[in-house]
Design a protein around this ligand. Structure first.
Ligand code: SF4
Length: 67
């Protein structure tokens, strides 16, 4: 079975991928360290999130695709 797609967490600068001993991947939200409004391990896929910020590479690509 394919793993659950992460949605926004997949390219958010605040996410960190955790792999356990059995090879399962989890997305840890670093915002949860300072803001209790964010779950430590968000339920995937995250489709909307006020705290989402693209990683620098994604942000660069978004800038280039603008007219
Ligand atoms: S801020 Fe939102 S999109 Fe980013 S890692 Fe946390 S839950 Fe995912």
């Amino acid at each position: 079975m394919d793993p659950m797609p992460p949605g926004l967490c997949g390219d958010c600068r605040h996410s960190r991928v955790i792999v356990n001993r059995r090879g399962s991947r989890f997305y840890l939200c670093e915002r949860s360290r300072t803001d209790p409004a964010y779950p430590r391990y968000p339920r995937l896929p995250v489709l909307r999130c006020a705290g989402y910020e693209p990683t620098p590479a994604e942000a660069d690509r978004d800038q280039r695709s603008r007219p």
